[in-house]
Design a protein around this ligand. Sequence first.
Ligand code: 5GP
Ligand code: ZN
Length: 118
Amino acid sequence: MTTDNCIFCKIVRGEVSSRKVYEDDELLAFHDIQPVAPVHFLLVTKEHIDSMAGLDARHAGVMGRMMVMVHKLAAEQGSTDGFRIVCNTGRVGCQDVFHLHVHVLGGPGPLPGMIARA
Ligand code: 5GP
Ligand code: ZN
């Protein structure tokens, strides 16, 4: 997919509106349009990278910064006692939008468990 057609690139460029949580030169966070938890926002790289599988050593800095800031953003959104990050990747991960994004999920209360054990 080219960045012209990518929905998250359009959000980064301001061509599609979003409810912004955070922005800097390299990163943007905005609320998920279909939240599955009381706190549910997406943290994306401004650079179009298809998925976690498209990362290389050049991205270590921006991905490190992303990980370091999550807890502060989650707390600012009201998830003050922990959170969960999810990064669906590729076919096996059931990724829908192929622009790298991390889901940040939280709430006042505990989230449901992870994938159920068989
Ligand atoms: P994934 O690719 O990890 O399966 O999830 C993509 C996520 O992007 C979904 O949770 C979906 O609700 C969200 N999403 C898809 N299109 C838009 C959009 O136009 N705006 C916003 N804010 N979220 C979107
Ligand atoms: Zn994109």
